[in-house]
Design a protein around this ligand. Structure first.
Ligand code: SF4
Ligand code: SF4
Length: 376
């Protein structure tokens, strides 16, 4: 068995279902990425636009000057319908499929480390390597498509023609020379437009990029402030991320794998939280529930903000006592502000009464604004 085949076998044993090799040549999609930054479509993710980050994305040698090959790997996560859309209750939220189990930042790095050690053992020489899983400035979908793993779909996801797009990417840069794989040259999207049509906020652009400022994934995770009021109704019951553009993709509908990596097994309480209960999570409860979960990234204030929006979108009068209590007692103004919006959306006499009550005692300008708008 040659070294590349041995590495692929070992990667598969470590749980990496997808494997490909590419060179450290500059990524082809860099001009599109630069135009995306130039247009400000990265929102407030300023770390993407620093000179250092841009330079590194444009040249893999800046990441590891000794690089001779890059192994690109994929680990599958369970598709969203492992827990299908719930009990039908309007008071249930939805978390994106990749975030329903343990945080992949905890799972993937030790496996990459083991692969690097295996490489060293097999070559019998010191190996210089660097591993990434969404943790550094790399255009990873570009590298993955060049490594023959899939093609970049119109929804911007990398799609494997054998198993769809429900997987996470990881990369191992090293000074070991490996035969590169052939890129997929076909665009298997063809004339399909399903993801573009289904996107709730219409943020998928013709050049296979997303205007992050309108994307539910960005709005519910990376965005640390207020969610623009005009976009809140489109969030529906998504409280962390969004799977819509992947769920409608025919390549997922037909080919998504049922295999579940043991470490990424989804947790039903995280996948479909009861919204009224979530809004009561104290900081301690939040940290306990999401200790090793990707949901930590939103922090309590971002997550509860999203929960309040989902409750407003439910239109359920049953949510009023919880929202009113939040408006009265929650210390975090961002959460109170979104609870006020939610009460305005429900709009019954009781909801308006709680808003008027809060107006008498509220002092935070952002919350006062939201209350006044909600009352109108
Ligand atoms: S994640 Fe949701 S909001 Fe973002 S592009 Fe896909 S469908 Fe649109
Ligand atoms: S839904 Fe259609 S257009 Fe969108 S990524 Fe899938 S195949 Fe491509």
């Amino acid at each position: 068995m040659d070294l590349k085949t041995e590495l692929q076998t070992e990667a598969s044993r470590l749980g990496f279902a997808l494997f490909g090799v590419t060179t450290p040549a500059p990524p082809q999609s860099m001009p599109i990425y630069l135009a995306w930054l130039e247009a400000g479509r990265h929102g407030n993710m300023a770390y993407l636009a620093t000179d250092r980050a841009v330079e590194r994305r444009g040249d893999p040698f800046c990441i590891l000057p000794e690089t001779k090959s890059i192994i690109v790997l994929g680990i599958r996560y369970p598709q969203p319908n492992v827990f299908p859309t719930n009990s039908g209750s309007e008071l249930e939220g939805r978390v994106a499929a990749y975030a329903r189990g343990q945080d992949y930042h905890e799972i993937i790095p030790p496996r990459l480390e083991k692969l690097a050690v295996f490489m060293q053992l097999k070559t019998g020489t010191p190996v210089i390597s660097r591993a990434y899983t969404d943790t550094g400035p790399i255009l990873e979908r570009d590298l993955a498509s060049r490594a023959g793993i899939g093609w970049i779909g119109k929804n911007t996801c990398l799609i494997d023609p054998q198993s769809g797009s429900f997987f996470l990417l990881a990369e191992l840069f090293s000074n070991v020379e490996l035969e590169p794989d052939q890129p997929l040259t076909m665009d298997y999207c063809g004339s399909c437009q399903r993801c573009i049509e289904a996107c709730p906020t219409q943020c998928i652009l013709p050049d296979r990029t997303i205007d992050a400022r309108r994307c539910i994934s960005y709005l519910t995770i990376e965005n640390k402030g207020s969610i623009p009021a005009s976009l809140r109704p489109q969030l529906g019951n998504w409280v962390f991320g969004c799977d819509v553009c992947q769920q409608v993709c025919p390549w997922n509908i037909r080919f998504a794998s049922d295999e579940i990596d043991a470490d990424l097994h989804p947790n039903k309480e995280i996948a479909h939280p009861i919204l009224t209960a979530e809004l009561h999570l104290s900081p301690q409860d939040f940290n306990r529930k999401f200790k090793k979960s990707p949901v930590q990234r939103a922090r309590r204030r971002g997550y509860l903000r999203n929960i309040a929006v989902a409750l407003g979108n439910s239109g359920c009068p049953e949510a009023i006592p919880t929202l009113a209590e939040t408006l009265e007692h929650e210390p975090e103004p961002l959460i109170r502000a979104h609870a006020a919006w939610a009460l305005g959306q429900i709009g019954t006499q009781n909801a308006l009464l709680s808003l008027r009550k809060a107006l008498m005692v509220e002092t935070n300008p952002m919350v006062l604004d939201e209350i006044n708008i909600a009352l109108k």
